[in-house]
Design a protein around this ligand. Structure first.
Ligand code: NAI
Length: 211
């Protein structure tokens, strides 16, 4: 059966379900009603049902959701049942911080190398993962399965680097550089992360509460 197109709004809510269900699973909870899940997540029960119905439901009337099953199914929907190898381009503060965060591996995201142009970083390891010089990038990608490139480098070079990554076969970019990448290729997916956007929203809400 051809899978129908799921809205990005639903997809964006899935990681949160996954996180909650993971916590329930860790706490030994075997099943949960949509009402209880709704209370914990502060999402209406009908929203939960609607969201999960996009993927065929998973709930049983009067029984609720089987936590492990739902957790695993959402994991499959999000592609977390596969290992995704990541390379980090820019081994500075942010690149190293991401690499030092071990818990991405729990979800199958494995950082396998960092790249930088600063010769002082050549041969340095972060959590046992080697920093390579940028001129080794093409060979590395030809010889290793690379699923995602994280861009944690200055924005001035981010676009040209992204284009080069696409030209050598990288199809997913996790972009932290504050620039809109100009990639005209529908086979390439880009996810932009801007922590400052989140801070600005927080700042807006602080101001709003003062009024
Ligand atoms: P940093 O200066 O500590 O690290 C940048 C690294 O990139 C340096 O090691 C530098 O040698 C390397 N680099 C420079 N040109 C390169 C190239 N052509 N190819 C590969 N590596 C190259 O900077 P930091 O604090 O780690 O920030 C990195 C980037 O992330 C910046 O663009 C910054 O604006 C952005 N950033 C984004 C955040 C977000 O929420 N999206 C949060 C923090 C930083």
């Amino acid at each position: 059966m051809a899978q129908k197109e799921i809205s990005q709004a639903v997809i964006r809510r899935m990681p949160r379900y996954y996180r909650y269900l993971g916590e329930l699973l860790d706490a030994g909870v075997e099943r949960i009603s949509s009402n209880d899940l709704s209370n914990q997540m502060q999402v209406t029960a009908s929203q939960i049902r609607q969201d999960l119905n996009n993927f065929g439901g998973f709930g049983q009337q009067g029984y609720g959701y089987n936590v492990k099953y739902l957790y695993e199914e959402i994991g499959k929907i999000l592609g977390l049942d596969q290992v995704h190898n990541i390379i980090v381009i820019g081994a500075g503060n942010l690149g190293q911080a991401l690499t030092n965060y071990v818990k991405f591996e729990r979800f199958g995201f494995k950082i396998i190398a960092l790249f930088d142009v600063n010769p002082a970083l050549e041969g340095v390891s972060v959590r046992g993962i080697k920093v390579h010089m940028l001129d080794e990038l093409d060979d590395f990608c030809a010889n290793n399965k690379v699923d995602i490139a994280a861009l944690t480098m200055p924005k001035a070079k981010a676009d040209i680097t992204a284009k080069h990554l696409v030209s050598i076969g990288i199809h997913a970019i996790w972009n932290f550089a504050h620039v809109d990448l100009d990639i005209d290729n529908e086979d390439v997916v880009v996810e932009n992360v801007h922590l400052s956007d989140s801070l600005m929203q927080l700042s807006y809400n602080i101001e709003k509460n003062k009024k």
